[in-house]
Design a protein around this ligand. Structure first.
Ligand code: NAD
Length: 500
């Protein structure tokens, strides 16, 4: 690893400078979840650190918003090139701090690269509407305006992709930002901000403050100088963030949990459905908001599909994500592993679900030092706790259904509404599934994971509050529409009154 990536003592980035060590700050440890090795220490920032970051963002806003949007887009393009040139190094550092396999961390960095490219292009579009007026000699149009200072609060499972979904559209629209990443993935946040700094983002436009959610996160959501909070994380925390934003009149976008299902119909290509289920349930060790934590399988293919799923789950190679042979890495932390194991106990004892494979921590031999867990498959029913609550680990619940209608009912029988998938070769079922699945993202003959950056990302019910990230939809989070009327008649004209 280069010197730049082994910053042992992480620092906040405020007003264009990496801050001297925060005196008396509590430090939190960043450990490799595959080996337990200590990678770096980061400050749990104090109130005054947050204050200074908000102040810097507030000051920088007045000049950044006036830079032409195409020029802001060019800086994004530079950041894209820097990220591209460091993709491998950044991916390796990410695998070390949060455990997912190298192919997936490469994908995470690639998603940030794609997002930068996409929003750099938006700098040459950034369209509004021109429209007519009901009055003569009057012209009207809409223009996008920045919102102001944005607090961006992010989770650990996509430590570069998710900050990029927020930062790039926020900057393009002319906002300034304070990023508070998850304490579990500080290195990736630092690498990302370093790339932005090198791309030429002016001081104060991007600020990075490390710390805990209940301190730094809360202070950001409470502060009246912050105009917008963009949060990605659990539904429980998102509800608190939303309530605080309502109290302080902030714009607020919430991207939260999921309990996603894949339907396998009797006419499905079973091998394809199986590959999709394995990737959807155990990719990122099940720690994706779009993970396939429920499998809804038609009774005619249930046994064949389930037997094959269990056999393949048992064969998955679990280990350090840096090893190219590894198919599934560790969970991100001991706390996360305990949470997963708690849900497995609920599945066994309270729900009385049938455990088909897994259900145990892996702590022997190569797994002794890390937070590994066996890929777990339960047979269950829709009313069970493990089929209703987000587990966020390598655990999936298979449920048997008799018909297409029952499959859609079970898929929709959840508080969440992020992603859903169906495997079938019947076009009528495909069209009805698209119409009837209550999800923000719907896949046909593909797993519940795998979103692309130019389409809107987000969900309904407890998953979101009506916003979408990525694509042009993200511009609607980070800008406000202004309606402009230009009267060139030279006289007072009254809408709804004259000529009526
Ligand atoms: P989390 O809710 O515990 O934390 C998310 C972020 O919020 C972290 O930075 C945390 O420090 C901060 N935070 C915690 N308490 C806070 C508070 N009271 N006020 C303000 N900020 C606070 O989630 P996590 O464990 O980091 O991530 C996993 C969750 O994220 C899962 O529920 C997953 O489904 C969800 N997620 C959703 C999406 C999506 O786009 N819908 C994407 C990825 C992850």
């Amino acid at each position: 690893m280069s010197q730049r990536t082994i910053e042992r003592r992480g620092r906040n980035y405020v007003d264009g400078a990496w801050q001297e060590e925060t005196r008396n700050a509590r430090l939190f440890e960043n450990r490799d979840p595959a080996t337990g090795q200590l990678l770096s220490l980061y400050p749990d920032s104090r109130r005054q650190d947050v204050d200074r970051a908000i102040e810097a963002a507030q000051t920088a806003f007045s000049s950044w918003r006036r830079i032409p949007v195409a020029k802001r887009g060019e800086i994004l393009l530079k950041a894209m090139r820097i990220l591209e040139s460091r993709k491998e190094e950044l991916a390796r550092a990410m695998t070390r701090e949060m455990g997912k396999v190298l192919n997936e961390t490469r994908g995470d960095v690639q998603e940030a690269i794609d997002t930068a490219l996409y929003f750099a292009g938006e700098g040459r579009r950034f369209f509004g509407q021109t429209t007519t007026s009901e009055l003569a000699d009057k012209f009207s149009m809409t223009v996008r305006m920045p919102v102001g200072v944005c607090a961006l609060i992010t989770p650990w499972n996509f430590p570069m992709a998710i900050p990029s979904w927020k930062i790039f559209p926020a900057l393009l629209c002319g906002n300034t930002v304070v990023l508070k990443p998850s304490p579990l993935t500080p290195d990736s946040a630092m690498h990302f901000v370093e790339a932005l700094e090198e791309a030429g983002i002016p001081p104060g436009v991007v600020n990075l403050v490390y710390g805990a959610g209940k301190t730094v996160g809360v202070w950001l959501t409470q502060d009246p100088r912050v105009h917008l909070v963009s949060f990605t994380g659990s539904s429980a925390v998102g509800a608190q963030v939303g309530a605080m934003c309502a109290k302080t009149y902030k714009k607020c976008s919430l991207e939260m949990g999921g309990k996603n299902a894949q339907v396998v119909m009797d006419d499905a290509d079973l091998e394809l459905a199986l590959e999709g289920a394995l990737w959807g349930a155990f990719g990122t060790t099940g720690q994706r908001c779009t993970a396939t934590s429920r499998l809804i399988v038609h009774e005619k293919v249930y046994k064949k599909f389930t037997d094959a799923l269990v056999a393949r789950a048992k064969r998955l190679k679990i280990g350090n994500g840096l090893d190219p042979q590894t198919e599934m890495g560790p969970l991100v932390s001991e706390i996360q592993r305990e949470r997963v194991h708690r849900y497995v106990q609920i599945g066994l004892k309270k729900d009385k679900a049938r455990l088909l494979t897994g259900g145990r921590m892996l702590a022997e031999g190569p797994h002794a030092q890390g937070y590994f867990y066996a890929p777990t498959v339960f047979e269950g029913s829709p009313d069970m706790t493990i089929a209703r609550e987000e587990i966020f680990g390598p655990v999936t619940i298979v449920m048997k259904v008799k018909s297409f209608d029952e499959a859609i009912d079970v898929l929709n029988n959840t508080d969440y509404g992020l992603s859903g998938s169906i495997y079938t070769r019947d076009i009528n079922r495909v069209m009805r599934a698209i119409r009837d699945m209550q999800t923000g993202i719907t896949y046909i003959n593909a797993p519940t994971i795998g979103a692309e950056v130019h389409l809107p990302f987000g969900g309904i019910k407890h998953t979101g509050n009506g916003h979408r990230e990525a694509g042009t939809a993200a511009l609607d989070i980070f800008s406000e529409w202004k309606a402009v009327y230009i009267d060139y008649s030279g006289k007072l004209q009254r809408a709804q009154i004259d000529d009526h």
